[in-house]
Design a protein around this ligand. Sequence first.
Ligand code: 5AD
Ligand code: SF4
Length: 480
Amino acid sequence: MKTLIDKKIDEKKQGNVLTIENQIVGTKKLYIESYGCQMNFSDSEIVASILNKENYSTTRDISEADLVFVNTCSIREKAEQTVRKRLEVYNSIKKSINPKMVVGVLGCMAERLKEKFLEEEKLVDIVVGPDAYRDLPNLIKEVEDGRKAVNVFLSKEETYADIKPVRMSGNGVTAFVSITRGCDNMCTFCVVPYTRGRERSRNPKSIVQECKDLFLDGYREVTLLGQNVDSYLWYGGGPKKDFKNATAEQKKNAINFSNLLEMVAKVNNKLRIRFSTSNPQDMTDDVIEIMAKYDNICNYIHLPVQSGSSRILKLMNRGYNRDEYIALVDRIKNKIPDCAISMDMITGFCTENDDDHNDTISLMKYVKYDYGYMFKYSERPNTAAEKKFEDDVPEEIKQKRLVEVINLQQKQSLENNKKRLNKTYEVLIEGLSKRSKNHYYGRTTHNCVVVFEKSSHKVGDYVNVIINDCTAGTLKGKII
Ligand code: 5AD
Ligand code: SF4
């Protein structure tokens, strides 16, 4: 007879369920919504784990929740507006269905606005920044005692290394593993260094252990996460900027990102490794070498460029110019000829003119990115750009340039995908296709999504698929 766990594993392999794993059923219910970068989704899993020990289990039904959290993003104004709209929705649910629910704001917006949140949004009871989640049980008690609670303390050490995340809404095959927190790069447009604090790295032993546990639990792909993974540096704990004060012994035994990648790659050759995000100024040739050495490190790099103009890159304080970025791309393609590269791009940064924009277009044509995330510049309060430069590119020009960049990327994505026709790739099956229950979807090493007809193979298996059709976003194929 099958136990409940056997049944759950069977269902997971068939791709029938979205699992919420390794949480003890609690009597109180937590509903948590996440916005923004992958790091926020990963942090929400840490929050769920901390609160699971306080007798909360997660629910997907807000109307039954005792506690409602929204994990927020401040990167662009639009992201903040989305959160405010959600708060209005929670408010109406609280009034009409669930008057006792407690509402908390977590993450970057909590850190940016601090106590102001309580004044602006009367509904909010708890405000917690990204480094203060361990304090949540105390903060909840404060609210239960009738007070509003805030903790926006930014830590130099916190990495939540010992906390095993509750894996929510995953497919049971691919998981995110956080390796660094914060960012020291101070790109002038970016709010992250203010909302997430100083850069620090997580103990490599705990990272490797988490990856081993994930493999044993059936996971077959991990993405190592950080605002700037190439800057990873473990010398016993503490902020990256204090490495210069480390002892000779600590310096000798320090682990950098290429060392970490190799340690994780050795966990099991059937565990795929990805990482994000790479900052061009910090990416070393050692990392490229290690990628080339291990087959299970995927041939894919997310390498945000932000602009193709050296003049704009300087104003953005990106730490590289156009030629240096191109030279890095050339080195990657020389070592790993079929390495996919994706980018982030911003249009309409302060003073950007037509020549700068044309530099962006020509850089995109040179690199032929496989994928892109493209944005209009959105001025953020208290960033260096807000203080030093005028946000002087008119909205309609920002928009026009954005459309041009998106259209070019679409065209190039399709061209890149067409080059994959009639070729065979190893694909890791991640689940059932959203459009058809008779089809699976998975990814190639290049992070391309592939859809193909279901077979006797299970979710989590590797299969070889020959590509016979494509769109700009998806490859279609047949298992061979
Ligand atoms: N305006 C527009 N886009 C931004 N990004 C970061 N800050 C801003 C901003 N102020 C983009 C960058 C970054 C990605 C995560 O978000 O491209 O790489
Ligand atoms: Fe922001 Fe730059 Fe750090 Fe990325 S590298 S999080 S864009 S400051």
